[in-house]
Design a binder for this molecule. Structure first.
Ligand SMILES: [Zn+2]
Length: 226
């Protein structure tokens, strides 16, 4: 192919495959129906041996059920934690096998990341994941058929108290208070992507749950919300 043409076609195809998937992503859930004062806590990137047990303790004390999007490779390494999450009544989600950006995965790699992550979480927890979340919320067109085959919808989030940049526990609680609305899905991290994220979450979580209860929210796992 003429190099000049090639340079035009390849970025265009890549943009359709990645950005285009977001435009066509009618199958992606960002919030639940707004009618009830229900909200969901979701935790990404675990299971983590330092932070996940403390998060589970806090949730048990508050009698809150949540949803954990596990990285398959970490579930392989921490099967007892994955099993504890399931046994304590939380929902399980698949967060790919190795947390690669789907924007950098071709169709075959996408299928492999999703299917292998699903199988790893199911084997470790003793229960198949019901939901999927793409790392960093980045999707591609190959993701949808792979998820349809597994019957796991892609669920993103409404409110992210800490994104790519560290946010203090106090700031996280303030952000949640400001942005909450019925049907909101909160995106939290019980492991470090951003350094220190897990420890900050453990510090913020009791106050966050209390603030939501004060505002009249009932926290539920995604299976009850969607
Ligand atoms: Zn993640």
């Amino acid at each position: 192919m003429n190099p000049a043409l090639y340079l035009g076609v390849v970025p265009a195809a890549w943009a359709a495959y990645t950005w285009g998937s977001h435009l066509l992503g009618s199958g992606v859930v960002w919030r639940a129906p707004r009618s009830e004062r229900l909200a969901a806590l979701t935790f990404d990137d675990g299971p983590d041996p330092r932070h996940t047990p403390r998060v589970l303790d806090i949730l048990a004390r508050a009698e809150v059920r949540a949803t954990f999007f596990l990285i398959g490779r970490r579930a392989d390494a921490q099967p007892s934690l994955a099993r504890r999450i399931a046994e304590e009544g939380h929902d399980l989600g698949n967060h790919t096998y190795s947390h690669r950006s789907l924007w950098l995965c071709g169709p075959r790699e996408t299928e492999r990341e999703i299917a292998r992550g699903h199988a790893a979480v199911a084997a470790a927890a003793g229960k198949a994941p019901r939901f999927f979340r793409a790392p960093w919320g980045l999707t591609n067109l190959a993701m949808f058929p792979a998820l349809r085959r597994l019957g796991t919808p892609c669920v993103m989030w409404t409110v992210q108290p800490e994104g790519q940049r560290a946010a203090s526990p106090e700031l996280q609680i303030r952000r949640v208070a400001r942005r909450m609305r019925p049907g909101a899905i909160l995106d939290l991290h019980d492991a470090d992507g951003v350094p220190g994220a897990g420890a900050r979450l453990v510090e913020a979580l009791p106050g966050l749950i209390a603030a939501l209860a004060d505002s009249g929210y009932t926290l539920a796992p995604l299976r009850d919300l969607l």
